[in-house]
Design a protein around this ligand. Structure first.
Ligand code: MN
Length: 575
């Protein structure tokens, strides 16, 4: 790989001025000098790695700063170089990007607390600048390609992390192609036996299917021309290996049941032509009922759009077609990177017209949603858990009676739906109708279902719901409602409830006196007051006292919080 090839690649998709080019050249020279004769485990000169990463970044159409940052991304980590030097030579923007990538390097996905902290940082970095994440994905892709030169334990860990963290991330960013590549690179390391088995299974069918698809293509082209539909491209596309493996798991490992082993992809100019092309395909061959999927009318949550249909082709073979516009095609391959710098072009060559326009806010909405969730969870394990539940699994779309689209994880129930619409609707849910039929509240929802929740005033959530809800949001709100109910009962039953108040404090003279005065003001008889200081940055004051009701307790909490030196107040019930 040479720096000239990278500049050439970048210029396919954006216009670089002289100072951009000079900056890229300078970054290359800087990185080359910094890494010197240092070698990768693979035996390559180290500089080969940043060059490959920069090439990927250029291929995605990111800007000159991102290319510069890709070239420099390992400079500070692996060699002695001060951040100030980077900033002085290449500017704040580049330092910021390199810094972001370096932070992501520290991520180890095992699910422990310390690692979750890093995960959080990673996601914050995404929200701040998507380029950081895209550089990191390219970095990971190249590291995966050279993984065989690392020791086996390392291979396994890195491959697993790629499968669990990076590939789902690429998917969520809508970069299907990169997701497929990352999974296929990780597959043999994580599931070596299964990989070997699959290669053996797939060898012949794949070749046969490929040939079959090639026979279909001229037939489709001819019919499209007859119908005056201007296609840009019709090609066969083989399924990625790991996604094939996952599909086989669902179909009793029977390769004959996989209809999209090789799919025929039809790329046309406009949305109208997509539906026109669908008509053409259905006129040629009978569609399989229930397998027409219109992701143009109802895009997937990651933004994927296309029409899929499965037909009984010639020789009785079942084949999948994927129909899309050129714009949809680029988005499917490049996801958020395409949005990031995409501006629509009338002239036909989309790439040439692209300017550095930042993705509009809506495209990045899920990133903000993620950041909000992250704030809601204090415990990092809980956060990872919620990512697993909500974020990385497949999503479904369902509709309200008014036709609003609600995005839920697979396996979600009417209760999840109700909480997604409004907390009150969730709390008061008494029953549900799906497609006008009454269903139990734990009924599994499917794509395209229309859901009406029947509410009842003063109805309370049941703890049974926790067993079947799929969204972290519903789970959390049910727990809050249940706790409130429990507390109300506890207060009413005994006309008083013993409570343990915990105050985290920055100690000062007179603080304890202020605290006890407030308790006295409420005319409450404290049972005990103690303090815990061991191993604590903020010592705790622990008070045991009886309260008449929740209002009284809450009022006191507010007063305590207002004392100078009290950092945090919490409570639990004790018997
Ligand atoms: Mn690297």
């Amino acid at each position: 790989m040479t720096i000239e090839e990278i500049i050439k690649k970048a210029e396919v998709k954006l216009t670089l001025n002289d100072s951009d080019k000079e900056r890229i050249m300078r970054a290359f020279e800087f990185a080359k000098a910094a890494h010197g004769v240092q070698k990768r485990k693979s035996g390559d000169l180290y500089i080969e790695h940043p060059l490959m990463v920069a090439y990927g970044v250029a291929e995605m159409g990111l800007d000159a700063s991102a290319i510069v940052a890709a070239l420099l991304h390992d400079v500070c980590e692996d060699t002695t170089c001060a951040p100030e030097t980077l900033e002085k030579n290449f500017g704040k923007d580049v330092l910021f990007l390199v810094d972001g990538v370096t932070k992501l390097d520290k991520i180890r996905f095992h699910g422990t607390e310390r690692e979750a902290e890093n995960l959080r940082k990673m996601f914050l970095a995404i929200a701040e600048d998507i380029r950081v994440v895209l550089i990191k994905l390219m970095d990971r892709r190249h590291n995966m390609k050279t993984l065989s030169s690392l020791p086996p334990e390392k291979q396994k860990r890195i491959a697993l992390e790629t499968l669990e963290l990076y590939a789902p991330l690429a998917y969520r960013l809508g970069i299907g192609e990169i997701k497929g590549q990352l999974e296929d690179l990780a597959f043999p390391y994580v599931y070596p036996k299964e990989h070997e088995w699959l290669i053996e299974q797939v060898k012949d069918p794949l070749v046969l299917r490929q040939k079959y698809a090639e026979r279909l293509i001229p037939l489709v082209k001819k019919e499209l021309e007859a119908e005056n539909i201007h296609y840009r491209d019709v090609h066969g596309r083989g399924k990625h290996l790991f996604s094939l493996y996952k599909k086989l798991l669902k179909y009793e490992m029977d390769i004959n049941k996989i209809f999209d082993l090789v799919a025929v992809r039809v790329v046309v100019g406009t949305i109208e032509e997509c539906y026109g092309a669908l008509g053409v395909v259905h006129k040629l061959w009978r569609p399989m009922p229930g397998l027409v999927k219109d992701y143009i009318a109802l895009p997937k949550p990651n933004g994927y759009r296309s029409i899929h249909t499965t037909v009984f082709g010639p020789e009785g073979r079942v084949t999948e077609f994927q129909i899309r516009t050129e714009e949809m095609h680029i988005q499917a391959e490049q996801g958020i990177a395409a949005h990031w710098a995409y501006s629509e072009s009338k002239s036909g060559n989309i790439y040439r017209e692209r300017q550095t326009v930042f993705a509009d806010k809506k495209q990045l909405e899920w990133v903000n949603q993620l950041r909000d969730w992250q704030k809601e969870f204090r415990n990092p394990d809980e956060f990872i858990e919620s990512l697993k539940i909500d974020f990385f699994k497949n999503r479904i779309f369902v509709l309200t009676p008014k036709g609003d689209v609600i995005d839920l994880p697979e396996g979600a129930t009417p209760v999840d739906f109700a909480y997604q619409v409004h907390t009150d609707i969730g709390n008061q849910a008494a029953g549900a109708r799906v497609n006008a039929k009454m269903v139990p509240l734990d009924h599994e929802l499917h794509n395209g279902d229309v859901i009406e929740v029947i509410t009842q005033k003063n109805k309370k959530p049941s703890s049974d719901w926790l067993k079947f809800v799929k969204t972290a949001g519903a789970k959390k709100r049910i727990q809050v409602a249940l706790r409130e109910t429990r507390e109300a009962i506890a207060f009413s039953r005994r006309g008083g409830q013993m409570v343990e108040l915990r105050l985290a404090i920055k100690d000062r003279i007179g603080l304890l006196k202020d605290v006890s005065e407030i308790v006295a003001d409420f005319k409450i008889n404290m049972k005990s007051i103690t303090s815990e200081t061991k191993n604590r940055l903020y010592p705790l004051i622990v008070i045991h006292a009886p309260f008449k009701n929740k209002e009284q307790l809450e009022k006191m909490m507010v007063k305590m919080k207002n004392i100078t030196g009290v950092e945090e107040v919490s409570y639990t019930f004790i018997n």
